[in-house]
Design a protein around this ligand. Sequence first.
Ligand SMILES: C[S@@+](CC[C@H](N)C(=O)[O-])C[C@H]1O[C@@H](n2cnc3c(N)ncnc32)[C@H](O)[C@@H]1O
Length: 284
Amino acid sequence: MRKDKPSKTAYKVALSIVTLGAKPGMDRFLPPGIVQATEKLLVASGAASARTVRWSGSQRMVSVCEAFDWMLPGQFEAFACRKAFCERQVREGIGAGATQILVLGAGYDTLGWRLAPEFSSVNFFEIDHPSTARLKARGIEAMGRRDNLCLIPEDLGKRRLVDVLESNELWEQTARTVIVAEGLVMYLPPEAVRDLFGQCAVMVGGGSRIAFSYIPTGADGRPDADRWTGLMLWLQKVIGEPWLWSIRPEELSVFLEESGWTKTPALAGSTDKHGVEFFGVATK
Ligand SMILES: C[S@@+](CC[C@H](N)C(=O)[O-])C[C@H]1O[C@@H](n2cnc3c(N)ncnc32)[C@H](O)[C@@H]1O
């Protein structure tokens, strides 16, 4: 990704959440309060103007997004499913005793900010590239800081996760933890993804889980976006956030085992594809 600019894909996900909030029936999927919190965050951080946010929440924008769905079927609603999936993993994980939540590549995600007051004995951590994390921190400051939410601006391509977490005095390496890596791993080089999963396993206690989304590898070996693969790969490259990693679903178990995790499909609840992505859960 472009190191000096806030993430365009994080911005796109956040605006899509605002637009999904205006789509009839989506409240069945979207976590409660997510749309309002995202709207607030985008404006308070300066990531988007109030006008852009209003426009994104209009019926016209819903129609525009729906029209683009002919290209990548299901991609618009996939963001709502992804948010619901991650929040379910976090809530279930806390129910099963997790006392730490780590959101990697958090972008303008509001899960930590929304859930921190509800789970005051749980520590929430977010890591994102400084160019996005700093903007977000400004927004969180304006919306109201949470005592148990720690925003960490760090480029995980430059500094290892273990070093980042070890230098944080609140992080407990043996605590049961839920890690969320939503819309992140496709942007990292293959060796970095393997290393990241491995580091995650080392930094958490037994009974922890990692929830993630990923793009499957197609027959030609590239990240697969069906018939628009070439165009999507080119577009992602042009915006400076190319898709670098993908995996064949049937190879995921071995990949996770080698990284210290056990694929746990029962927790994921569904093996459906959402837009271009699959969702996965693994436990330690
Ligand atoms: C597609 S966005 C997803 C944002 C968020 N997870 C969501 O779904 O709303 C990808 C995020 O990964 C972050 N990211 C990409 N490469 C990173 C790196 N090397 N270190 C830290 N964050 C990174 C970007 O800044 C961006 O916020």
